[in-house]
Design a protein around this ligand. Sequence first.
Ligand SMILES: Nc1ncnc2c1ncn2[C@@H]1O[C@H](COP(=O)(O)OP(=O)(O)OP(=O)(O)O)[C@@H](O)[C@H]1O
Ligand SMILES: [Mg+2]
Length: 277
Amino acid sequence: MSGDTSPLLRVDDLVVDYRLARGVRFRALKGVSITVGAGECVGLVGESGSGKSTLGRALLGLAPVESGKVTFDGQDITHAKGTARRKLANDIQVVFQDPYGSLDPTMTVEEILAEPLEVTGTSKKQARAVVAEMLDRVRLPGDAVHRYPSEFSGGQRQRIAIARALVRRPRLIVCDEPVSALDLTTQATILDLFIDLQRETGVAYLFISHDLGVVRRVCHRTSVMYQGEIVESGHTRAVTEEPDHPYTRRLLLAAPVADPARQAERRAAWLGLRDSA
Ligand SMILES: Nc1ncnc2c1ncn2[C@@H]1O[C@H](COP(=O)(O)OP(=O)(O)OP(=O)(O)O)[C@@H](O)[C@H]1O
Ligand SMILES: [Mg+2]
């Protein structure tokens, strides 16, 4: 711990350029700043292609950072590589949308969860205890250990992916659309799991979603991204209920609501907005 009140994660004026064919560059992040406090959940919303995953990748050292700075627990990690980057894997983990793609189908759940521990020299016996603890944390039965990812439902697979992210006891998890592939009921139970895990472990989340309803459920603060820039940030309630920026208003109006009459109203308003945009 740094011992002061500085945030766990701090991103300052980050610029990311992808290099395309024939020397062309595409600026995917145009000076993005965001903070995540210890134990906090910060939402990042925006339409497809706005740069959300690029920001997530930049935190993991996987995006071509042109300028700006990423600070984690007071340390400049913008260009951390090799051993320094590997050490960061204990502190910063990631959960993706599609747990199928990120879970090796040839490994049992026990092997999947124990692997990151064995890399760091944990004994088999200790690893088994941690695996049991993590399965319990994500509410999966203990006998899941000998099964393969394909033998689980989508929601259960996402629980396995979350357990694997938790194994190294990270302080921050970048969640990139972690419930987008799940049906609504399963989404709700997984979102509640994220909230419970945060209470139990104090882990912080950068929670990427295109869905305002999702961030409303789990995030303390939310930033809205539009074409590589953050156009609005604040307490989730303020951002999602009384947005200042026209783009956020449009996102909000496009989000589904439970009441069909209100949904129709919103849809009409959204169409009106879109026409006048
Ligand atoms: N490896 C890459 N090379 C070139 N351009 C890229 C690369 N990855 C992403 N981009 C471009 O950068 C922009 C931001 O992409 P990014 O994946 O960060 O968006 P996103 O907000 O996560 O979208 P989605 O909601 O669809 O996941 C897009 O225009 C995308 O085409
Ligand atoms: Mg993305």
